[in-house]
Design a protein around this ligand. Structure first.
Ligand SMILES: [Zn+2]
Length: 391
């Protein structure tokens, strides 16, 4: 048995808040949170004293392509180990490995590798390696719009196809949790029905959809907007488009890349002001360059140049980011979001969208011990992944 007792000034769980409390962890899971005088500290527990620090759940990133110089499309155990270990250093303790548009056979090979890695991950009680858990796969492409492809390679974009989706889903051993679809392309609505029926969260993204086309997608089961504002038909007052459909539906969650580059501050405020703090999800859209110096990197098959932390392709288009979710939280707070709400946007809200909120993105008895400790300046002071780390 391995056990830890964290003595904390404050815990934002985030569904509840505790002050001057203790949290105990046994074999990778949380066994108690509450007042110190009522706690049963497991014998032999390692003490961690978090005085003047705030303890929050580990971050859940539903849209991330890579980190530490490696890309999820490489799909080898070495690459995925490097990615999961790198993001964990920045507080991300679980993630959805996100593909980028590539030929179907190459994508299938990647999906097989990622699925094998996911299946080989040990349960919380048996973890000894510090690193984020991969919860599943987000298929970003190939069913996107040429008109809003961003840096996705045009030759590999494909029209929505249920047989191709089934091929990808099978290659991923059923571990696709999310898919980005442009709903205005013929065949998309049928595909949204098919993906939803498999329990996949359908995200509207890389799309030139009108308001009506995006509404049709929501009516068919889409419940998520992929990096909202980016790679979408712009909002105008007589053609409000896909952005208005996402902003005005309270059942639809909206991803946002809060790196102060992808979305201007006032546009962030429009998003947050319209959707409130319950349906906005902080993502990184991080690529291999995350946690690395500036230089040349790859996103799938795309060559990317990173300068001052901003990733662009040869034409100068933004190619994902090098954002980490700890920085996203600081940026959201700087925009006026209350700290606890910014924490929720990176923890329980994405976990809920994935249907894993009892286990991830939450500090509660029985949940995995995915824990982040933050200074008053919201800098990382410690990270634990399934009971491993924090020291
Ligand atoms: Zn994208």
């Amino acid at each position: 048995m391995t056990a830890t007792a964290i003595y904390a000034t404050k815990i934002i769980a985030p569904q509840e808040e505790f002050t001057d409390c203790v949290m105990t962890i046994v074999d990778g899971r949380i066994t108690y949170i509450g007042p110190r005088d009522e706690a049963h500290i497991p014998p032999g527990a390692a003490d961690y004293v978090a005085s003047n620090l705030t303890v929050v759940p580990g971050f859940v990133d539903v849209h991330i392509h890579g980190a530490g110089g490696r890309d999820v499309m490489e799909a080898t155990p070495e690459a995925l180990d490097k990615i999961t270990a790198t993001v964990a250093r920045f507080g991300t303790t679980s993630m959805v490995a996100t593909t980028v548009t590539a030929p179907v056979d190459a994508t299938c090979r990647s999906l097989e590798g990622i699925a094998k890695y996911i299946r080989a991950q040990k349960p919380a009680a048996e973890r000894t390696r510090f690193g984020a858990e991969i919860l599943g796969i987000h298929l970003e492409g190939p069913f996107i719009a040429h008109a809003r492809r961003g840096v996705h390679p045009t030759q590999s974009i494909a029209p929505p196809s249920i047989p191709v989706f089934k091929q990808l889903f099978a290659a991923a051993d059923g571990l696709v949790k999310m898919i980005t679809i442009a709903p205005e392309i013929p065949g998309a609505i049928d595909l949204i029905h098919a993906a939803t029926a498999e329990g996949v969260v359908v995200g509207i993204g890389h799309t030139n959809a009108t308001y009506e086309q995006a509404r049709a997608a929501i009516d068919a089961g889409a419940r998520h907007g992929v990096h909202v504002y980016n790679a979408m038909r712009p909002f105008t007052h007589r053609d409000p488009g896909v952005i208005a459909a996402i902003l005005t539906d309270t059942d639809v969650t909206a991803e946002v890349i809060a790196d102060n580059v992808h979305v201007a501050g006032p546009a962030m405020q429009v998003l947050l002001g319209t959707k409130g703090f319950d349906t906005v999800i902080a993502i990184s859209d991080g690529i291999s360059a995350t946690g690395m110096p500036d230089g040349k990197y790859r996103l799938g098959e795309i060559e990317v140049d990173v300068s001052k932390g901003v990733a662009r392709n040869a034409e100068g288009n933004l190619a994902g980011s090098t954002l980490t979710l700890d920085r996203a939280i600081r940026n959201l707070v700087n925009l006026g979001v209350p700290f606890a709400d910014a924490v929720r946007m990176a923890t329980i809200l994405p976990a809920r969208r994935l249907g894993v909120a009892g286990k991830k993105g939450i500090l509660a008895v029985g949940a995995d011990a995915d824990i982040v400790v933050l200074t008053p300046e919201m800098r990382l002071a410690g990270v634990m992944t399934c009971g491993v780390g924090l020291s």
